[in-house]
Design a binder for this molecule. Sequence first.
Ligand code: F3S
Length: 653
Amino acid sequence: MGQTVTEQILADHLVDGELEPGEEIGIEIDQVLTQDTTGTMVWLQFEALGLEEVQTELAAQYCDHQTYQFDFKNTDDHRFLRSASGKYGAYYSRPGNGICHQVHKENFAAPGKTLLGSDSHTPTPGGLGQLAIGAGGLDISVAMGGGPYYVEMPEIVNIRLEGELPEWATAKDVILHLLDELSVKGGVGKVLEYTGPGVESLTVPERTTITNMGTELGATSSIFPTDEETRDWLSRIGREEEYVELTPDEDAEYHDEVVVNLSALEPLIAAPSMPDNVIPVREAAGTEVDQVIVGSCTNGAYEDILPAAKMLKGREVAKQTEMIVAPGSKQASEMLSREGWTAEMMAAGVNFSEATCGACIGIGHVPASDSVSLRTFNRNFEGRSGIEDDAVYLCSPEVAAAAAITGEIVDPRDLAEELGDLEAPGFEIGDGYSPGMGQDDPDIIAPDEAIDDELIKGPNIGDVPLREELESALAGEALLKMGDNITTDHIIPATSDILMYRSNIPKLSEYTLSRVDETFADRALEADGGFLVAGENYGQGSSREHAALCPMYLGVQGVFARSFARIHKANLFNFGLVPLTIDEETYDRIEQGDHLEIVDNVGEGVRSGQETFTVRVNDDWEFTAQLDASGREREILAAGGKLSWTKQHHESG
Ligand code: F3S
């Protein structure tokens, strides 16, 4: 049987398992990327593994999420990341140089290679045929050390593109259309592979806008085949020799197919506060707009900002509206400047932010209360902009520019008709396009240019807490009893006021489960161990490893839950916390403060494949808890977590 593009790349990199959906596979990783808020822990874990040098073909450290350095702790983090990159052999991209996905795309992304990144939008370079997956920080450290990455073999869905986008419809509308069709859960456990005659009509930056937002569909990854368009784009940025032809075999089989007729698409918008709350722009027309932002890792490329610049040339931003351009990379910004577009936009009343995630996570440009913000970003979850009662719409740069001109949401087709002289900007690029963009970024320090050869740890850089081998006897208090659907945000908030403590686990741990019970961290430390009890779907949300790491630091030994979210359960194994499933009757009966004692020899049971464990409550009654784990997960748990397990493997291998 023929293979899809995804299967071809996986087969090339397979070191363990078989390419059967649902099976655990191990793949070799060629490139890794990490950003500042996840990177500190990645490098601390790399150090704790005792490794001396990056083993992947390439590793890149970006400083993009918190670049404003309004506190020495941010700057200390950046200094530490620079020193770790220098010491271990990674590329280091300075704060302000741009958002990891854009800068990686410009400088390093390559067709046919695998990329693992500690950021959920890592699949962005799928638009040029790279198989890219987001993962937790410890998985990144292990991959950088040369270890395989383990993932459940996803189903591969054919997203067949037909026709061509009409004027004013854009790549953003393709992905918004898919979100409307499939919902934010539509891609879970899947790789979305784009095929069909419509592919060739899309440029590489358009394709990467689509693959970037595959994350909003919940997909493991998204990927396009490569073609002349890919080769052209690589050659334009000076990396043509990295071109590899990738097309699915004629008899490749997909698990499912979704057909998108590009010709039938129109300008769309995601209304507050979910990326799949999609409506035609015309349905929201007339809504007054207070703020417009063009940029982010989704639409922050030179090719994304250019259409907005063309529309604004010779016009003015409406007086009641503020418009900000937040470029995805400094090189995009530089090219716009060279061609005079920055001056045109400034003359129209646009302000420029540095190339940073910033506004996307509520750091800067927080909207006013009771106001409307229109953004070309990928997420509009309630409160993400930095204010709880926000109203954030997601759209294309063209729709954003039209709103900036009129001060209200308007379909650009209607605006063009009204103005008479507004042409669809199309996708032609200017002469100033830097021919060496992908080769010569002055803000990237290559491993052979490294400034530091020792780690620089300011007072905010802590150590990685390690757990001992799993003990034979586990007992302790039910420290906290929670309900259903506890998210990783409940466990460790991601608010900007504590983001800088991601490298300081003792400090960050003080906030553990504080949204559920403010006294939790103190009580857990005092009790010196114990358990969490939760309802269904414990740990849903992001892949944040701190949601397991901080409870581990506080001495939590395990979690009894009705059920677990998949990634969080993997993180519990990774940090040596025992995830045990209980039935409804048991959940109802356990009270917070109960004394729980696992009667069986836990360490031995986990190692030997034991599936049920008996737990005694207050020396009064007993229940049975279930451990569902693969052989590899049991080994990791028994070793006290993935860090210790990997270390043992390295030492013995
Ligand atoms: Fe940054 Fe927002 Fe993208 S936080 S990586 S711009 S989703």
